[in-house]
Design a protein around this ligand. Structure first.
Ligand code: NAD
Length: 370
């Protein structure tokens, strides 16, 4: 019963193990909650050393997607897939088409997309077997790279945090340290630079920093020293788990706001540690929801201007989270979890009205009917 208990602990609705000898596919698809709509979340390809490691990751990531969609006001549930394997060696057409068949078998309860280790090309193979996939190229009617929309959401979320902390949302003259100079950071830096912010940037790859410096001016910082910069805002845009005992001690800023996923090494411990240090932390899944907003747009016929407009709403979402956190004396991550859960419970009540609708057939809906 141990497995079922693990699924029940965080409320997962369905976990599908996909195994196919011919293609070598070993994958797990986790559907966390479909109260708000079909579960959406990327397919991550990673060389997990054990099945348990892969399962742990997919359970954690799919749950975050439920919260992300809920807080962003989207009508999607949370899901995620992990494909076990080395993405630099084991990718091929058969593997992704086989994965596509499993996705198709879920008949729309789960919609996949690219993620770490998978790309637009892989999703095009998945598309050959199922329509329940997003993140395909613009040429094929998809939305292409989500980073511009994600970066814009991070930018407006940062401004909302500034408004709270300094009474004014202008970032002109603010010192901002950016960790990572990848896709999200690159577009984020352009917004910040045009507003007149002073940027400090670090990446483990010089080529990435160089690319950013083609369009903006910034101080280049050693990646090991980015936490120690005396700045107004620290913006993580590279890896997860970077807010931990060691780094929080070093931070010399008033706000943490960036696009990276899973920034807090331990949600409760480090969310609280930032609060105690009087650093305003903007929860990652709230501020980086632009990626999901982009995907949601693709499902309705993609238009980047509409996606950008929707990402702008992150400003008000962040303001509201800060308000709830102050009123209820909660760290911001706990306030946003609470807001997400309340929406799930409320919308779950719709099941009383249209209980036959399979679109709204989530677990919380079931609970609300009881
Ligand atoms: P990316 O791969 O383009 O950029 C990541 C950058 O971080 C790379 O340039 C890499 O060299 C650098 N990096 C890695 N380790 C580092 C370290 N220790 N110090 C400094 N730099 C380091 O990825 P991206 O698409 O820009 O995404 C960045 C983060 O945002 C990821 O955590 C991703 O999961 C998250 N995110 C991205 C999107 C999106 O639309 N791309 C949406 C939501 C969340």
């Amino acid at each position: 019963m141990e497995l079922f208990e693990r699924f029940e602990e965080k409320g997962h609705e369905q976990v599908l193990f996909c195994s196919n000898k011919e293609s070598g596919l070993r994958a797990i698809i986790a559907i966390h909650d479909t109260t708000l709509g079909p579960a959406v979340g990327g397919a991550r390809m990673w060389n997990y050393q054990t099945v348990d490691e892969a399962l742990k990751d997919v359970l954690r990531l799919s749950r975050t997607m439920t919260y992300k969609a809920s807080v962003a006001g989207l009508n999607f549930g949370g899901g995620k897939a992990v494909i076990i394997g080395d993405s630099s060696k084991q990718k091929n057409e058969l593997l992704f088409r086989t994965f596509g068949k499993y996705v198709d078998g879920l008949a729309g309860r789960y919609i996949t997309a690219e993620d770490v280790g998978t790309d637009v090309r892989d999703m095009e193979y998945v598309r050959m077997e199922t329509k329940y996939v997003t993140g395909i190229s613009k040429a094929l009617g998809g939305s292409g790279d989500p980073s511009p929309v994600t970066a814009y959401g991070v930018y407006v979320g940062m401004k909302a945090a500034a408004k709270e902390r300094w009474g004014n949302d202008s970032l002109r003259g603010r010192k901002i340290a950016i960790q990572g100079a990848g896709q999200v950071a690159r577009y984020l830096c352009e917004h910040l630079y045009s507003e007149g912010a002073e940027l400090y940037i670090a990446d483990i790859r010089d080529s990435q920093v160089k690319r950013v410096l083609e369009t903006v001016k910034a101080h280049v910082v050693d990646p090991n020293e980015i936490y120690d910069q005396k700045v107004d805002i620290f913006s993580p845009n590279a890896l997860g788990g970077i807010l931990n005992n060691k780094t929080i001690e070093k931070l010399n800023c008033e706000i943490v706001a960036g696009g990276a996923n899973n920034q807090l090494e331990s949600e409760n411990v480090h969310g609280q540690a930032l609060l105690e240090k009087n650093i305003l932390y903007i929860p990652d899944y709230v501020i980086n929801a632009g990626g999901l907003i982009n995907v949601a747009n693709e499902l309705e016929g993609y238009r980047q201007d509409r996606a950008m407009k929707q990402a702008e709403a992150i400003y008000e979402v962040v303001r509201n989270i800060i308000k709830v956190s102050l009123e209820q004396k909660l760290p911001t991550h706990a306030a946003s979890n609470k807001i997400a859960e309340e929406r799930l419970i409320n919308i779950g009540k719709l099941r009383n009205i249209y209980s036959g609708s399979s679109y709204y057939s989530g677990r919380l809906g079931e609970l609300a009917r009881k």
